[in-house]
Ligand binder design. Structure first.
Ligand code: UDP
Ligand code: MG
Length: 314
């Protein structure tokens, strides 16, 4: 019997892109005829007719499975649901908009089968067609997070990745609620081959990422994989206490020698504001981590399924 590849596709408002995606993936399936395929389409609470489109495909092709969420839970939840429902010896994660070229799949499989890697991941070498400001902040984010965390996150890395069952099961064993997949993939280790490709524009529909959403997503990544911001707050505290101590001595000595105790009111106000600002910032940072801890301790489900054609295997 052939080995099975599970193709996991998170979809949010992708009714226009899905038919194109299905066409492309079937072409690749034909080329890789020594493997069986299953398609797991995860409808992340789409507001358009994505689910109808999925049902149509499932009727045409029994290898198409779908899961529909009760609301929009975000791509990370869709990824988790896809992994959880997959049965393949291999799993590949792919966007519905064809920005992750299915044509790379044979060479990704080759890396695992013949070169002994556990996973084959992709990164775009260019950010063509992206606003320059966005590229700049993206680069900064990768620089910072790699400095301050154990998660090895490659610049330009996409979520498009082929993995062995062992790796998928390891990911599923990480039960955290705040899921930052790019970080999780890097953090768990395993041998990964990076395959590079030129940026492709999406085939239909539009991107769900505004600048603000991306910014919040990057904070998510930092708080999920590093505690350095918390440590920085303590460092600032120590530094400012030290400076204050030295200044007290200087001022006491100066007043005793020269008198004139009230001059310097403006500088006092400046210092109070500076320290007040740093205190608020530190409390804010603390709050970020506390909020994450709060959400983790609730143990809420990562997603809620409303409808599916997947029957439980176990
Ligand atoms: N997506 C999702 N839930 C969301 C947002 C996006 O499942 O809340 C899916 C989307 O349908 C697509 C993939 O995640 O298949 C990547 O989204 P998008 O193309 O908008 O991101 P970009 O490629 O611009 O980074
Ligand atoms: Mg896209």
């Amino acid at each position: 019997m052939n080995e099975l590849i599970s193709v996991i596709v998170p979809c949010y408002n992708e009714e226009e892109a899905l038919p194109y995606f299905y066409d492309e993936i079937t072409k690749i399936e034909k080329k890789m005829d020594n493997f069986d395929f299953e398609l797991i389409l995860v409808d992340d609470g789409s507001k358009d007719k994505t689910l109808d489109e999925m049902k149509k495909l499932a009727q045409l092709d029994s290898r198409v499975k779908y899961i529909s969420f009760s609301r929009n839970f975000g791509k990370e939840s869709a990824i988790y649901a896809g992994f959880k429902s997959s049965r393949g010896e291999y799993c590949v994660l792919m966007d519905a908009d064809l920005q992750d070229p299915p044509a790379l799949l044979p060479s990704m499989m080759n890396a695992i089968k013949c070169e002994g890697y556990d996973s084959a991941a992709t990164r775009r070498v260019s950010r063509k067609g992206e606003p320059p400001v966005r590229s700049f902040f993206a680069r900064m984010f990768y620089k910072i997070i790699n400095r301050i965390s154990d998660a090895d996150i490659v610049d330009g890395a996409r979520d498009y990745r082929l993995m062995t069952r062992k790796m998928v099961d390891t990911i599923l064993d990480m039960p955290e609620y705040n899921r930052f997949s790019k970080g999780i993939f890097g953090w768990i280790g395993f041998k990964t081959k990076w395959i590079e490709f030129e940026n492709v524009e999406r085939v239909a529909g539009e991107t769900k990422w505004s600048f603000w959403k991306l910014f919040m997503y990057s904070l998510e990544g930092i708080t999920a994989f590093s505690v350095l911001p918390l440590q920085l707050a303590s460092v600032f505290g120590i530094l400012f206490s030290f400076i204050a101590f030295v200044m007290i001595i200087v001022i006491v000595v100066r007043t005793l020698l020269f008198g004139d105790p009230v001059s310097g009111w403006p500088s006092t106000i400046c210092i109070i504001m500076l320290i007040g600002g740093i205190q608020l910032l530190s409390i804010g940072v603390l709050g970020q981590y506390l909020a994450k801890t709060y959400l983790e301790t609730k143990h809420r489900p990562i997603y809620i399924e409303k409808e599916t054609n997947i029957v439980d295997y176990d």
